[in-house]
Design a protein around this ligand. Sequence first.
Ligand code: FMN
Length: 181
Amino acid sequence: MGYHPPVDIRQVTNRVIGLGSHRALQSKTDLQGIITHASQSLADTSGYSVEELIGQPHNILRHPDMPDTVYYLMWQRIQAGEEFYGIVKNRCKNGDHYWVMTRVAILRQDNRPIGYTSARFLPRADLIPIWEDLFRRLREAEQASGFRDERRYGPAKDLLCKFVQRKGYENLGQMVLSQRG
Ligand SMILES: Cc1cc2nc3c(=O)[nH]c(=O)nc-3n(C[C@H](O)[C@H](O)[C@H](O)COP(=O)(O)O)c2cc1C
C-alpha cells in the first residue's frame, strides 16, 4: 500500500553479487524472448520472484553495461538453431549485478521450434575485469559507428573477433566454454 515510485530499471549500484550456493540459473522463453519458465535459483539471484519474471521480456535482466552486439550475435545464432555461449553481466532488481557464463539454445517440439532455453553458470572470476573492459570497448565502437541499422554492429563484431583470436580461440563459444569457474 502507499505510493511506490516507479523503479528505474537502468539504475545500477556497481555492486557485484555471487551465485551463492546455486550451480545453474535456468530460464526458458517463447520464440519472442518472453520468459515462460525461470528457476528458483535465477529468481533468488536476480531479486525478482519467479512470478515476476514469467511473462516478461528477457531483457528485464539486462544490465546497461552489456553491448547490443553480444545480444545481436546471440539472436543470430539461436534463430539459426545454433547454440550460443557467452559471458554476461546481468542486472538484479535492486541494481546490483552478477556475472554468468551462459548457454542459450533453441527448444523444439516435434521438430518445430517452440522457444529457447538457457542455463547460466559461474564464470572464472579472474577474467571478469577483462570482459568488463572488452564490453566497454564494444559499446564505444557501437556508439562511434554512427549507423542505425545492422551495420552498427560491424566494428564491435570485428573487435570481438580479434579479441577471441588473439587469445588463441577459433570462436567466442570455444573461448567462453574454457572459462567456466
Ligand atoms: C533463452 C534466453 C535467455 C536470455 N537470457 C538473458 C539474460 O540472462 N540477460 C539478458 O540481458 N538478456 C537475455 N536474453 C536476451 C534478451 O531477450 C534481450 O535480447 C537482451 O537483453 C537485449 O535487450 P534488448 O532486446 O532490449 O536489446 C535472453 C534471451 C533468450 C532467448
